[in-house]
Design a protein around this ligand. Sequence first.
Ligand code: EPZ
Length: 440
Amino acid sequence: MDSYSYKITGGKPLKGDVNISGSKNAVLGILAAAMMIDGTCTLENVPDISDVHVMVKICETLGAKIETELAPEGSVTLHIDPREINTTEATEPDVSKIRASYYLLGALLARSGKASLRMPGGCDFGQRPIDLHLKAFRQMGAKGADYRNLNGGIISLNANPLRGAKIFLDIVSVGATINIMLAAAKAQGNTTIINAAKEPHIVDVANFLNSMGAKIKGAGTDTIKIQGVPVLPGNFTYSIIPDQIEAGTYMIAAAVTNGDVTVHNIIPTHMDPLSSKMREMGYTIEEGDDWVRVSKDPEEAIWSTNVKTAPYPGFPTDLQPQTVVLLCLASGQSKMDEDVWENRYQYIPELTRMGANISIFDHIALINGIEHFYPAQVKATDLRAGAAMVCAALAADGTSYIDGARRIDRGYEKIVDKLRSLGADIEVAGSVGFYEDREA
Ligand code: EPZ
């Protein structure tokens, strides 16, 4: 089914236990990294989501052999052999379906000193330049790493040789940090990334590269040092870290339905920015080694608060829309300051259709607390916005339809089954049809 919606009859507290899948944004970088191995690898805890399906297809088109094995708990194990890749061109149309295909620039440059890429797509929240990636590759000796060399939407780079460099990122960028690590892993000499991103998936990609034979130190701090090596032998098994954003989405879904949910298979410290805000608002957050439990004392009021998105360990922008839903149900006025993306409030008109009272001033949203959401027919304007609509629909008494649910499935493994196991009334339905379901 190409275009479909989620039909949700809300108003029921979510209760029980939910297991979190592997991290989307880690596995996408890791799949690109796997294309550089001079051997083979096995990836475990791969989330079964459409962004991963697209990335696997792109890697297969390059010539990689990838066998998929379904693990009993529902996740996927991938057996990857990239040794027969015989192209430096990632230019087929699928490349522009997802953002993370840009990691193939770094990976193919590292592998062969050449790379051609169709410009990547991804969720639409304003300009998403890759100038920092290109500037870094230029510093590493890649010719053609400039938007002026875009030819029919394709950029072609050539480095002979690819050399290590000292690279200062003037904006903290997840994508640029990973892309530079990929290229630098096999470049001649040493690379230092200053003002690097520190997200959990940066550390996961670096750990994966080191398991391949790379020499990377400092991932998770703002200075990463990479000593280039000529061969990355591989032949190992690696398990993807849990998805911080999926975990946060279930924590919020539990909270907005006044539920009691334990979120398992997570790294609780990754949840600290959200857990601390939720505690401040009046929710009870308990945590163990690999779980977090969200509940609410019925006597406690839920208080408004202010949130500002920032690179890790700040509050994740990818939880911003879901958190706005949470703030809608707090007493008083809350403020959300979206400081990472220029236009990540495209979903606010949809939330308004469900009764939200929100005013936008540039990157600031002022959220006036409401008693409850109303059911409505709304649209998933992008992946996380769609997850936010799911949270609002779960909280609203009555039946809502979220159109464009395909976007949600880009990043949430088996969301319908997982929510049902918590008691939600959710099913896949046909497209409500009055919204155009364009590709994000
Ligand atoms: C990654 O995108 C994630 N995507 C995004 O998650 C996430 O929102 C974002 O990081 C921030 O955490 C993937 O990992 C595939 P950035 P990325 O480079 O790497 C500016 C989701 O919902 N910038 O860290 O593309 C940029 O405009 C997705 O899972 C430049 O100016 O983000 C933004 O303002 C959506 N020039 C800021 O930096 C560049 O060359 C951070 O972007 C690169 C970025």
